[in-house]
Design a binder for this molecule. Structure first.
Ligand SMILES: [Zn+2]
Length: 123
């Protein structure tokens, strides 16, 4: 939204997992490979190069969570976090039925950790 503004990461990268065959197929795996992955990982497959991360924007004066997809060392895509995705993130306590946690202060994020989870660690 503010391409000229450098975003500041204020959270850990929350790894994503899936229990759905379809999630693997839309990411380019063939059906047989996807089925093998489900089997190999006992139905909980890590989604490589994808995570949820909170970024502070100085222009917006707020932190937003983004679904990050890494394409290579430089290129990343940031999308809004689809509501169901929170349940696929490692170690996340779902924030009281409100998946779009967008407005909390930088200070609060630093003081308490995002969602009050100390282990999220802030910069
Ligand atoms: Zn902004």
């Amino acid at each position: 939204m503010h391409p000229e503004t450098r975003l500041l990461s204020v959270s850990a990268k929350l790894s994503l997992f899936t229990t759905e065959l379809g999630d693997l197929i839309v990411r380019g795996h063939g059906r047989a490979t996807a089925a093998n992955l489900m089997l190999a990982y006992r139905q909980v497959v890590p989604l490589h190069n994808e995570w949820l991360e909170g970024f502070w924007c100085d222009d917006c004066q707020q932190t937003r969570w983004w679904h990050v997809q890494r394409h290579d060392r430089v290129r990343h895509t940031l999308r809004p976090v689809a509501p169901g995705l929170w349940q696929q993130a490692a170690g996340v306590i779902h924030p009281r039925g409100n998946p779009t946690v967008s407005d909390f202060s930088r200070r609060a994020a630093r003081a308490n950790g995002i969602h009050g989870l100390k282990q999220f660690g802030t910069i």
